[in-house]
Design a protein. Structure first.
Length: 106
């Protein structure tokens, strides 16, 4: 026997089987209560944020943040290389005219 707890005001549902809390999917017990109460839409408490369109936006923002950090790190690296070049140490030119690292000064 399972118990479904329903808060009409906040439209929150919990079941003693704990499937929603464990897997993020409403159980058949909650669905039976929704049908019995003639509720035609899932409440927000039954839809996890990771299963919404907002999750995709959040993922894109996280990817953009990571890309921005990588650009900043690349810019720092270029600046550091420029400082090494200005000091006269760090890079040499090979036969093809490409820059190559040199041994550090002792």
């Amino acid at each position: 026997m399972w118990r479904v707890f329903c808060c009409d005001i906040e439209m929150e549902f919990n079941c003693s089987c704990m499937r929603m809390e464990s897997f993020g999917i409403p159980c058949e017990h909650i669905v039976c209560v929704l049908v019995h109460e003639d509720i035609e839409e899932f409440s927000r408490s039954l839809v996890l944020p990771r299963r919404t369109k907002i999750a995709k936006v959040g993922l894109q923002n996280a990817e953009e943040d990571a890309a921005q950090k990588e650009l900043v790190n690349d810019a720092d690296s270029v600046r550091d290389d420029a400082q090494v070049n200005a000091s006269g140490a760090g890079l040499a030119t090979n036969d093809l005219g490409h820059s190559m690292p040199r041994d550090p000064r002792k």
